[in-house]
Design a protein around this ligand. Structure first.
Ligand code: SF4
Length: 162
């Protein structure tokens, strides 16, 4: 059975920067009951506390941050790149260990966002892009979905379950 890496905040774990969470999602609960869910919060795994100041990447360029070309900065201007990279490496390590090919990650997060993020100005402006962990997983061959794409992911997984 194929396992899925899932953002912990989508499983109701209060690990978001503001101490919040999302869910529960009925489908995720079902996958958890089947033992298919591997939970991870890359930012917490990278050593950041909860709550923590919000962070953004200029242009939502997660792959460039992963490559060390641009920093991940908090709203206070602190460089938290090392923690974000640590979390991304942990995600890739887990994916390899568990033979994971699919991930369900929180949309628009500077770690987890797969298609879109905030532009780095902390003004709420969205741009096409991805987070650091989403970029690392994509480069490792893992297909990344967000919570708005659960049905699409379910369709792909259901064909592989059982
Ligand atoms: Fe953690 Fe990702 Fe959720 Fe942010 S979006 S709280 S990094 S799991």
């Amino acid at each position: 059975m194929r396992k899925v890496l899932v953002s912990r905040c989508l499983l109701g774990h209060p690990v978001r920067y503001d101490g919040g969470a999302q869910g529960p999602f009925a489908l995720l609960e079902r996958w958890q009951a089947l033992g298919l869910v591997v939970p991870l919060c890359p930012e917490v795994a990278g050593g950041l506390p909860t709550p923590r100041p919000p962070a953004e990447i200029r242009g939502a360029r997660g792959a460039d941050a992963l490559a060390g070309l641009i920093p991940v900065l908090t709203i206070e201007g602190e460089d938290v790149s090392a923690a974000f990279l640590g979390g991304a490496l942990r995600a890739v390590e887990l994916a390899r260990q568990e033979n994971i090919r699919f991930a369900l990650l929180k949309a628009r997060s500077p770690s987890c966002g797969n298609e879109e993020g905030y532009d780095g100005s902390f003004s709420g402006r969205r741009v096409a892009g991805e987070g650091v962990t989403a970029a690392a997983l994509r480069q490792a061959g893992v297909r990344v979905f967000n919570e708005g794409q659960i049905a699409e992911l379910a369709q792909m997984l259901e064909g592989r379950i059982g």
